[in-house]
Design a protein around this ligand. Structure first.
Ligand SMILES: *[C@@H]1O[C@H](CO)[C@@H](O)[C@H](O)[C@H]1NC(C)=O
Ligand SMILES: *[C@@H]1O[C@H](CO)[C@@H](O)[C@H](O)[C@H]1NC(C)=O
Ligand SMILES: *[C@@H]1O[C@H](CO)[C@@H](O)[C@H](O)[C@H]1NC(C)=O
Ligand SMILES: *[C@@H]1O[C@H](CO)[C@@H](O)[C@H](O)[C@H]1NC(C)=O
Ligand SMILES: *[C@@H]1O[C@H](CO)[C@@H](O)[C@H](O)[C@H]1NC(C)=O
Ligand SMILES: *[C@@H]1O[C@H](CO)[C@@H](O)[C@H](O)[C@H]1NC(C)=O
Length: 740
C-alpha cells in the first residue's frame, strides 16, 4: 500500500475545430506569443527530430531529474532548454511558493457557469506561464462514479456532459495562456484503492482493472477526454489502473485506437508518476513519455530495443514529435519565461477565486427563509465546529491528512499550498464587528460538556446557531465512509436539539450522507460550501448574509444511503462497471430510488418562472467558434443541430441566478437512461428581469454510441426535451420534443 507521505513524494503528481459560443463568448486571449496550427507545429517538431541521433531521441522518451515534478531533457545544441511539467489542476502545486490555491474542480463545476470555467483556467494558466512551466498536470476529469473516491474533489462530478464542458473550457483557458494542458487520468481511474500495488521487492506490480463495455466507455468515461481533444489539448496522462485487464499506459485499445485513432488526438501521452509498467510494450501501446522517468523502462533503454528490431525508429520519432508539437503549437519556443517555480505570480487572482468560491456554494435547505440573515433583525449567533476555524496543523499538513479545521481543498498531488486562507470564523468575527452582532463560538469538538453549557448562556434561545462540519479526502486512498469528520453528525444533532434555528454548513470533498439530521425540525438551513479554497470565509459570509444570492448546483446526487448509488470502490482487483451508462441520477431514475437531493439541485433567495419553449434547427455559422489549435479532424460531431430557446424571469424580490438544465429523453433505439443532461446555462437576473436563453444541441449530444457499426448514431423517433432546475422530474419547468 502507498502511504500518504510516500505517495506525496513518490507519485503525486501523479473534428472539426468548432465550438459553440452559447450565450456570452470567451474572447480574451491574454498571451501574445504566436499561435500555430497543429500542422505547422508538427512540421517544426519533425524538423527538430531530424537533428537528433537515436540516443538523444530515446533519451527524450523518459523524464530526467530536475527542479520540476517532471523534466524533459534539454538539447542545448538545438537551443532546446527542455520542458518543465508541474502539478496541479487547481494551481501550481508540489509545495512551491507564491501560487494561488484556486478552487478545485468539484467547486468550479458546481458553479455551472461557463464564463467562470474559462476565467478560472485563464488565471491558472497565467500562474503556470509566469513560473515558466511548460505543461500543467490538469485538468482532472475522471467521473465521480464512486462517492468514496479520494480524488473526486479534483474532478467535475458525476456527469460526462458537465465534465466535458468543464474540460473543454479549462483546456482553452489554459492553452490561451501558452501553457500545455494535460487531460487526466486516462482512463477509468475512479478509485485509489489498489490503483498500484507493488510487493515489497518492487518487482511485481499490479493495479485494479476497470472493466467496462464499449457503450459505457464512449458515453460516460471517454466523453470529457473527447471534449478535451476537440479543444486542442496537448497532453493526456495515462492512469495507474488497468482497463479491461490491460494497464492503461500500455493499452493499445484505449491509447492507439480510441484516443489517437478515433478521436484524432495529435498530442502526447505521458504516464502518471510511476504508472509505467513495461518499456517497449508501453511505447508500442501508445505511451510517448515515461514520467518521472527514474524507472529506466523507457528512455535510453529503448536504443537497444530499436537495434533488436523490437520497435521501429519511426515510432520513436513519432513519440518525440508528439511530445514537442504542443510546445510549438503554443509558441513556447518564443521567449517563454525561464523556469522559476517560486516566482510571485499571484497578481490579484484572489478576486476571481472569491467569485468562483461564492458562485459554487449551494443552498440545500431554507425553511421559512431563515436565510439570508438580516443584520437588523438577526443580531445574535452561536458558532460550533472545528470546521469553522483553522486546522491546528496549518496549511502544509492539510495536503496530506485530515487534521480537522476548515477544509479548503483535498490532499495529494492536487493540493496547492495556499499563501493564505481565511476561515469562516474569522470572517464572521469581522462581520460581527462591522454590523454590531453578538457572536459566541466553541470550536473544540472534543468537549461536549462545554458545548452543552453554551445552551445555558444568556440569550441562547433567541440566537441563530451555525454548525460547521467537513469531510476531507486525498489522492492515494479512498474514504472509509460518507460521514463528516470527528462525528460532525453528533455535533449537529446536539446543537439542533437545543437551538430552534440551526444552520448547517457542509464543507465536503464530495458526496456526504446528511440523513442523521437533515429532517430535524430545528435544522432550518443547510448550505453546501463544498471545497471553497482560500476565500472560504468571505464567500460563506456573503452567502449567509445575502450579499451574494447562492446559485450553485450539485454535481452529484446526495443519496439517502450509500448503497443507493449502486456503485462503489472495489477491494478486489476487478472493478466491474456493470451499471453501464446508469450512473448517478441515471441510476436513481431507472430504479425509481428517491435520493435526498438530486444532481443539479440548488436553491436561491429568489424564484424564477419559465416560458415560451421553442425548438428549431440551427445554422452552423452562428454557433461556431474556431481556435487555431483545436485538433484537426473531419468529424461533424461537434456541429450544432438544434437550438432550444425559452424565457426565464426572476419573479422574486432580489437579484439572483438560476441554472436551467436541458435533459433529453432518447428514442428506444438508443437504449439510454430516462433522461440525460445535454445543456445548461447559468443565468443572472435582477428582480423582475426576463432573459431569453438559447441552448444548442450538437450532433454528438443527440447521438448514441452504436456498438455494432462503431459510430455515433442519431436514433430515429421521439426525443423528449425537458428544461428543469435539477435531475428531479418534479423540477421540470418546460417540456417539448422533436422527432427524427
Ligand atoms: C548522439 O549525440 C550525443 C550528443 O547529444 C553524443 O554524445 C553521442 O555520442 C551521439 N551518439 C551517436 C551514436 O552519434
Ligand atoms: C541557437 O541560438 C543562437 C543564438 O540565438 C543562434 O545563433 C543559433 O543559430 C541557434 N541555433 C539553432 C540550431 O537554432
Ligand atoms: C519478487 O516478488 C515476486 C512476487 O511475489 C516473486 O515472484 C519474485 O520471485 C520476487 N523476486 C525477488 C527477486 O525476490
Ligand atoms: C430586516 O429586518 C428589519 C428589522 O426587523 C426590517 O425592517 C427589514 O425589512 C428586514 N429586511 C429584509 C430584507 O427583510
Ligand atoms: C428544537 O429546539 C427547541 C429549543 O428552541 C427545543 O425545545 C426542541 O426540543 C428542539 N426540537 C427537537 C426535535 O429537538
Ligand atoms: C414525444 O415526447 C413528448 C414528450 O415526452 C410527448 O409529449 C409526445 O407525446 C411524444 N410524441 C410521440 C409522437 O410519441
Amino acid at each position: 500500500m502507498v502511504s500518504a507521505r510516500s505517495f506525496v513524494t513518490l507519485s503525486t503528481v501523479c473534428f472539426y475545430l468548432t465550438w459553440l459560443s452559447m450565450v456570452g463568448s470567451h474572447t480574451d486571449v491574454h498571451s501574445t506569443s504566436t499561435r500555430r496550427t497543429w500542422n505547422q507545429a508538427i512540421v517544426m517538431a519533425k524538423s527538430f527530430v531530424q537533428h537528433l541521433n537515436l540516443t538523444e531521441k530515446c533519451a527524450m522518451t523518459a523524464g530526467i531529474k530536475g527542479r520540476c515534478a517532471g523534466n524533459v531533457l534539454p538539447i542545448p545544441r538545438l537551443n532546446f532548454t527542455g520542458m518543465c511539467f508541474q502539478d496541479s489542476p487547481s494551481g501550481v502545486g508540489d509545495g512551491i511558493l507564491y501560487a494561488t490555491a484556486f478552487v478545485p474542480g468539484i467547486q468550479i463545476a458546481a458553479t455551472w457557469d461557463r464564463d467562470l470555467f474559462y476565467k478560472r483556467a485563464v488565471a491558472i494558466g497565467r500562474e503556470f506561464q509566469g513560473k515558466g512551466i511548460n505543461f500543467a498536470l490538469g485538468p482532472m476529469m475522471n467521473i465521480d462514479r464512486n462517492a468514496r473516491h479520494g480524488r473526486n474533489w479534483e474532478g467535475f462530478g458525476a456527469d460526462p456532459y458537465l465534465s466535458g464542458e468543464n474540460a473543454f473550457l479549462y483546456v482553452q483557458g489554459l492553452q490561451d495562456q501558452g501553457v500545455v494542458a494535460t487531460a487526466k487520468h486516462y482512463i477509468c481511474n475512479e478509485q485509489e484503492t489498489n490503483r498500484i500495488y507493488a510487493t515489497q521487492n518492487l518487482t511485481y506490480i499490479r493495479s485494479y482493472s476497470a472493466n467496462l463495455d464499449d457503450k459505457t466507455m464512449h458515453e460516460i468515461y471517454l466523453w470529457p477526454f473527447a471534449a478535451s481533444v476537440a479543444a486542442g489539448v496537448g497532453s493526456v496522462m495515462c492512469s495507474y489502473n488497468e482497463v479491461n485487464n490491460t494497464p492503461a499506459c500500455q493499452n493499445d485499445k484505449t491509447l492507439n485506437q480510441l484516443l489517437k485513432g478515433e478521436l484524432g488526438y495529435l498530442g502526447n501521452v505521458m504516464s502518471d508518476w510511476g504508472a509505467t509498467k513495461t518499456g517497449v510494450q508501453s511505447a508500442l501501446g501508445g505511451l510517448d513519455i515515461d514520467m518521472p522517468g527514474s524507472d529506466g523502462l523507457m528512455g535510453i533503454s529503448l536504443v537497444e530495443e530499436v537495434r533488436k528490431g523490437k520497435i521501429s525508429e519511426s515510432r520513436i520519432d513519432d513519440m518525440i514529435v508528439r511530445l514537442l508539437s504542443p510546445y510549438y503549437l503554443l509558441g513556447q519556443d518564443q521567449e517563454y519565461p525561464t523556469v522559476d517555480l517560486d516566482r510571485d505570480v499571484l497578481e490579484n487572482h484572489y478576486q476571481v477565486n472569491r467569485e468562483i468560491s461564492t458562485a459554487g456554494i449551494i443552498l440545500l435547505k431554507n425553511t421559512n427563509n431563515v436565510l439570508p440573515f438580516n443584520v437588523s433583525a438577526d443580531k445574535h449567533f452561536f458558532v460550533y465546529g472545528e470546521a469553522a476555524t483553522q486546522s491546528r496543523h496549518g496549511f502544509v499538513g492539510a495536503g496530506e491528512l485530515q487534521h480537522g479545521g476548515a477544509t479548503y481543498q483535498g490532499g495529494g498531488s492536487g493540493y496547492v499550498e495556499p499563501t493564505y486562507a481565511i476561515d469562516p470564523l474569522t470572517s464572521l468575527l469581522l462581520k460581527s464587528r462591522d454590523a454590531h452582532l453578538q457572536i459566541r463560538y466553541i470550536t473544540d469538538q472534543s468537549d461536549y460538556l462545554l458545548i452543552e453549557s453554551s445552551f445555558r448562556y444568556h440569550g441562547f434561545h433567541q440566537a441563530k446557531c451555525l454548525v460547521f462540519i467537513s469531510a476531507f479526502s486525498s489522492e492515494g486512498f479512498d474514504r472509509l465512509d460518507l460521514l463528516p469528520a470527528n462525528d460532525g453528525n453528533l455535533l449537529v444533532r446536539t446543537v439542533a436539539s437545543h437551538c430552534a434555528n440551526t444552520i448547517v454548513v457542509v464543507n465536503s470533498v464530495s458526496q456526504l450522507n446528511l440523513e442523521a439530521w437533515i429532517d430535524h425540525p430545528n435544522v432550518t438551513g443547510v448550505i453546501w460550501s463544498g471545497m471553497p479554497a482560500s476565500e472560504y470565509g468571505p464567500a460563506i459570509v456573503d452567502v449567509l448574509f445575502g450579499d451574494y444570492n447562492p446559485g450553485g448546483k450539485l454535481v452529484f446526487t446526495l443519496a439517502k444511503k450509500a448503497s443507493d448509488y449502486g456503485t462503489d470502490i472495489t477491494l478486489s482487483f476487478e472493478s466491474n462497471y456493470v451499471e453501464g451508462v446508469f450512473l448517478d441520477y441515471r441510476h436513481f431514475d431507472k430504479n425509481n430510488i428517491t435520493p435526498r437531493y438530486y444532481f443539479g439541485y440548488g436553491l436561491s433567495y429568489t424564484t424564477f418562472s419559465f416560458s415560451k419553449l421553442v425548438i428549431s434547427k440551427t445554422t452552423v455559422d452562428q454557433q461556431r467558434r474556431i481556435r487555431s489549435y483545436a485538433n484537426q479532424g473531419t468529424s461533424m460531431l461537434f456541429e450544432p443541430v438544434y437550438q432550444i430557446t425559452f424565457t426565464i424571469t426572476n419573479v422574486g424580490k432580489v437579484y439572483g441566478s438560476e441554472v436551467p438544465q436541458l435533459y433529453l429523453g432518447f428514442p428506444t433505439e438508443a437504449a439510454e437512461p430516462p433522461k440525460i443532461l445535454r445543456g445548461f446555462q447559468r443565468v443572472y437576473l435582477s428582480a423582475g428581469e426576463s432573459k431569453t436563453v438559447t441552448l444548442v444541441l450538437l450532433q454528438k449530444d443527440i447521438s448514441y454510441w452504436n456498438v455494432v457499426n462503431q459510430k455515433w448514431t442519431i436514433a430515429s423517433g421521439n426525443y423528449s426535451v425537458w428544461i428543469s432546475t435539477s435531475a428531479n422530474s418534479v423540477d421540470i419547468k418546460l417540456t417539448s420534443f422533436f422527432q427524427i
